[in-house]
Design a protein around this ligand. Structure first.
Ligand SMILES: Cc1ncc(COP(=O)(O)O)c(C=O)c1O
Length: 486
């Protein structure tokens, strides 16, 4: 049997090193859990020792000690020269048992809190007072509901109406039936993939991009093609050329405070991207989730301002300016597409939570003020983190950003994957660059968020410094060119 893919195993190991005690015991404990849960089935062959040890940023002897322990417990079989297996007879191999995501960002949400400082995930860490007030108002409203079963697959009318008005206020005329309310922007992205993509279809993304789009594409067996980014942002020529040559099912962009790099596509370029896509009949998805987080005044208008609703689909959310726990996102598109997406959503959940939608309807008129408040806070944290990194980790390369929540850091040596393992052992989670790229490029990068308050940021940088000092100079593992690749 082929060895289990090292990346898949790494993802399953998750935060294996976050506890106390010698590394080989921590690793053995996590492997034991995987074997006992059936995630590593009998007969599954483990990746070559040297490769796995390097990716875990541990010595080979530590890995061997963990394996030996499990061999003595009867869980593993080892044979000199030919590798290590899960004891028992081969059944259906690892992948047959393992469903769902194995992406470190998603798995991070599934891990129990364990004292590791979160610089890998990016969202406010407490509901703001405005949300509590909005819920109070929503509860009052609920007291007078009659004749409403509460199932609204397209979204509660009050929230669709409020969102339509907020687009109109920004100069983008929108009717309530051109809005679909979703369970966070994540469901919006997943619904769009489900609607447009058949196995093998090309989808044009940026490299790197938000992993929450890459995972639904992977599940749908799409063929993600990408336009690389240069120092200033998207490589526009490459994007247009790829779109024309590959005619993707759709193109996905995060033009405003791009996740992970934080760059903004200027208005003139937005116009060109939209015109190219419309001319070739390719829909564009504008992920506007971070667009409210500007440190320096208003960013350029969303792509919807530059083209017809039929081809430009906007995705938004209250997660970053209010709270992720609210789980309110939306899609703005033409009414035919919205009606089809609402039918898809109906089969998943019959519609979202009504109290949350009524609270959101209270908040939406205040989006500009909520955004300004959140952005002010983030700017102070961003400036603090940049100053600390410049002083304490001077050979890390990054550009300060003008909005958003994350910094994109290029490491001077080694790779983001094995450094993330080292950082985890020092109590801080960062996201490896390769996990944000459709082909695993940008392996020399990590994404870190600046959401925490200054005290936590200071502690996180102290831990990163200790991790970096403990991190040996390593050759790069990534061979994917980071130039323009399709
Ligand atoms: C660019 C981008 N799109 C979508 C999402 C998902 O947002 P939500 O929490 O609303 O599902 C995120 C969350 O980090 C994001 O950064």
């Amino acid at each position: 049997m082929k060895p289990i893919d090292a990346d898949a195993l790494l993802a399953r190991l998750g935060r294996w090193s976050a506890g106390r005690g010698p590394l080989h015991l921590l690793l053995a404990r996590r492997l034991r859990e995987l074997v006992e849960a059936g995630e590593l089935p009998p007969g599954a062959r483990l990746p070559p020792e040297r490769d796995l040890a390097r990716r875990l940023a541990i010595g080979r002897s530590t890995l061997v000690a963990a394996y030996e322990l499990l061999r003595r417990e009867g869980l593993l079989t080892r044979r000199q020269g030919s590798g290590t297996w899960v004891a028992g007879t081969a059944e259906d191999g690892m992948t047959a048992r393992v469903g769902g995501t194995s992406h470190p960002m998603f798995l991070g949400f599934l891990e129990p809190p364990d004292g590791v400082l979160q610089m890998a995930c990016a969202a406010p860490d407490a509901p703001p007072p405005a949300l509590l007030d909005a819920y109070r108002a929503a509860l009052d409203r609920m007291g007078s509901i009659t004749g409403d079963l509460g199932y609204h697959p397209g979204g509660h009318p009050a929230l669709r109406d409020a969102l339509a008005r907020s687009y109109a206020d920004r100069g983008i005329p929108t009717a309530p039936d051109e809005i679909l309310v979703t369970t966070g922007a994540q469901q919006a992205l997943a619904l769009l993939v489900r609607h447009w993509v058949s196995p093998g279809d090309a989808v044009l993304v940026e490299g790197p991009t938000y992993p929450g789009m890459l995972e639904p594409l992977r599940e749908a067996a799409a063929d993600p093609v990408w336009a690389a980014r240069d120092r200033d942002g998207l490589d526009v020529e490459a994007w247009c050329r790829t779109l024309v040559e590959r005619r993707p099912a759709f193109a996905y962009l995060v033009p405003t405070f791009h996740n992970p790099t934080g760059t903004v596509i200027p208005s003139l370029v937005r116009r060109r991207l939209v015109e190219t896509a419309v001319a070739h009949d390719v829909p564009i998805v504008d992920d506007e989730v971070l667009s409210g987080l500007s440190f320096v005044g208003d960013p350029p208008p969303g792509l919807a301002a530059f083209g017809p609703a039929g081809r430009i689909v906007s995705v938004g959310s209250l997660s970053k300016i209010v709270w992720g726990g609210l789980r309110i996102g939306w899609i703005r598109a033409d009414r035919d597409l919205i009606a089809r997406l609402a039918r898809l959503k109906a089969t998943q959940d019959l519609g979202g939570d009504v109290p949350a939608q009524l609270a959101a309807a209270e908040l939406v008129p205040n989006i500009p003020a909520l955004s300004r408040h959140r952005a002010r806070l983030l700017r102070a944290r961003h400036d603090h983190l940049c100053a600390r990194l410049a002083t304490d980790l001077p050979d890390w390369r990054f550009r300060p950003v003008e909005g958003g929540q994350t910094l994109w850091i290029r490491l001077p040596h080694g790779d983001g994957g094995s450094f993330a393992q080292t950082a985890m052992r020092h109590g801080v989670a960062v996201l490896p660059g390769s996990s944000l790229h459709p082909a695993g490029a940008d392996a020399d990068c990590v994404r870190i968020s600046f959401l925490a308050d200054v005290g936590v940021l200071n502690e996180a940088v102290d831990r990163l410094v200790r991790a970096w000092n403990a991190y040996p100079a390593q050759p790069r593992t990534n061979t994917v060119p980071s130039g323009i690749a399709v």
